[in-house]
Structures are given as C-alpha cells and as structure tokens.
Design a binder for this molecule. Structure first.
Ligand code: AMP
Length: 108
C-alpha cells in the first residue's frame, strides 16, 4: 500500500485523529497552514474529487463527505467559521492522491 492516507486509515502510520466513523476519518495536518488545520478523509480510496462517479452514488458520497466536514468543523473542532479547501489533481496543487478536504480555521 503506497497511499499515505490509506496507511493512516489502516493504523500503519500515526496521525492525530480527531474523528472517525465507518466511512471517514479526520486528523490534524502535519504541516498546518492555520491555527486549526484538519483533513477529512473518506476511508474509500478515491484519488481525486472528480473521480467520484457522476451518478446518484457519487452524489451520495460527495454529500456524505461535506456533511462530515461540517460535523467535524462545528461539533468536534468547535469552529463557528472556517475555510474549506480541496486541491483537485496535479494542476490543482494536489499532492496526496486520496480525496481529502482541508478544514482551516481558528483565527481570532
Ligand atoms: P494536498 O495538496 O491537498 O494533497 O495536501 C496534502 C496535505 O496532506 C498537506 O497539507 C500535507 O501537509 C498533509 N500531509 C501529508 N502527509 C501527512 C501525514 N502523514 N499526516 C497528516 N497530514 C499529512
């Protein structure tokens, strides 16, 4: 397994986890770009956001991903406002090819 996030999900690499359910995990970014910087990651290995199928199942998975982002940001991290970033594909600045949503916040 050469995917860093799959290895975190499998428990093979350490991470500062803040949330986990059957479909998602959230953990602190190792190089934080904000006072709070957490990544929400689906357990299913999908490389890029546009790899979700353009059908009802893809729509369900995207909805679940962003519902989880809101839950983690508000209920787990206690943020009232936050920035959400998804880098998509090499030309979009994506470095790890396993879908993840950045939650950035905690500014005063
Ligand atoms: P992206 O450009 O959206 O693919 O960003 C990947 C993010 O993953 C970067 O912000 C990295 O700092 C972060 N990252 C890389 N390896 C790890 C790791 N082992 N644990 C937590 N965050 C990581």
């Amino acid at each position: 397994m050469d995917c860093v996030f799959c290895r975190i999900i499998a428990g093979e690499l350490p991470a500062k986890k803040v949330y986990e359910d059957e479909a998602f995990v959230a953990f602190h970014d190792i190089h934080p770009k904000a006072p709070v910087h957490v990544l929400v990651v689906p357990k299913e290995h999908v490389p890029r956001l546009f790899d979700y199928p353009d059908d009802p199942e893809g729509e369900r998975k995207l909805g679940a991903l962003f519902r989880t982002v809101n839950r983690v940001a508000r209920e787990v991290l206690g943020l009232e406002g936050y920035r959400v970033v998804v880098n998509v594909g090499e030309k979009g600045g994506q470095e790890i090819f396993h879908v993840h949503v950045h939650i950035l916040g905690g500014w005063r």
